[in-house]
Design a protein. Structure first.
Length: 313
């Protein structure tokens, strides 16, 4: 029996009984907090028991669901996490590595079945993570809408404690929204066609990153995204770093954001190497002029979509 099922069994005793909502919420919270398990598991149970409570109408006034939380527990988890992170030290990432990561969107691999070169799914996943700052599991089973040139709105954020506020969250991309969404849709089709699990994807990302730089992980890309915003793009220089970090990484509070500032440092000649031009708005003639100026060869009958791909790669 899973720990969540164990808690559900306890909570089930309140189904169909007319009890004070506040008292029930306190009992459920205290039951979870008194379990002899790790703090992270307690946090998981506090969050994930709530849908069961709502579905079974155990607490009729949903405002009392907020009682099933523990700020002290969350702060303790954050502090312990920060201590572990501090022991790891700052990760240096050279600008050459940054440029390698940006070129991954064009990385292709031979499909032995079809005999054609196709976009490498792990490379594409890494590119989307770095340019969005999303957590690894926020790419799969998600959807996004374009807000403006470099901003998208996610359908869900995995660590938002109050899911009703997911709609307030935004992702401030390092690349044009149209490009990111197009590549995201491409990746989603690959994941669906190949029936890939999150575990398979995470393992593939880890293997790929090891070939680029030792120590890079999916979560490091999130920190690198922040470093690019702060060091190179100088995003929100008038704000406290922790406030900017809270916004960019969609943290629930400023406390969580403190460690991330400086956790990854970009080294070398700092310059913005990302082309944020929205080529989708260019005419074919203008696209060809740009390709000529960059000495990129193309065929005269090449379609617009293919011309844009040439520029992006």
């Amino acid at each position: 029996m899973s720990k969540l099922d164990y808690v559900k069994n306890y909570v089930s005793q309140f189904i169909g009984k007319k009890l004070d909502d506040r008292d029930v919420a306190i009992k459920i919270r205290d039951f979870i907090l008194n379990l002899d398990i790790k703090d992270n598991t307690k946090k998981y149970l506090l969050v994930n028991i709530k849908p069961f409570i709502k579905d079974n109408k155990i607490i009729t006034n949903t405002e009392y669901l907020d009682i099933i939380n523990s700020r002290e527990l969350y702060v303790n988890i954050i502090n312990n996490s920060n201590k572990k992170r501090e022991q790891k030290g700052v990760i240096d990432v050279d600008m050459n590595i940054v440029e390698k990561l940006l070129k991954l969107k064009c990385d292709k691999k031979l499909n032995p079945i079809t005999g054609y070169y196709e976009l490498d799914k792990y490379s594409l996943y890494i590119y989307l993570l770095f340019t969005s700052g999303l957590r690894t599991n926020e790419i799969t089973e998600n959807d996004f809408s374009i807000v403006d040139k470099n901003t998208i709105k996610p359908k869900r954020i995995s660590k938002t404690l109050n899911k009703e506020n997911d709609g307030d969250k935004l992702n401030y991309l390092l690349i044009p929204s149209t490009e990111w969404i197009t590549l995201f849709n491409t990746l989603q089709n690959i994941i669906k066609d190949e029936k890939l699990t999150q575990s398979t994807l995470s393992s593939g990302i880890t293997r790929k990153l090891k070939t680029i730089q030792t120590g890079l992980t999916g979560h490091t890309l999130r920190k690198l995204y922040l470093a690019y915003h702060l060091q190179i793009k100088k995003t929100d220089t008038d704000k406290l770093p922790s406030l900017t970090t809270q916004k960019l990484l969609n943290h629930n509070n400023e406390i969580t954001s403190v460690y991330y500032n400086g956790a990854v440092k970009i080294t070398g000649e700092l310059k913005d190497v990302i082309d944020n031009t929205d080529y989708s708005k260019y005419t074919i003639a203008k696209l060809k002029d740009v390709l000529k100026s960059k000495n990129i060869p193309f065929k005269s009958n090449t379609k617009k979509a293919e011309l844009i791909k040439l520029l992006n790669c």
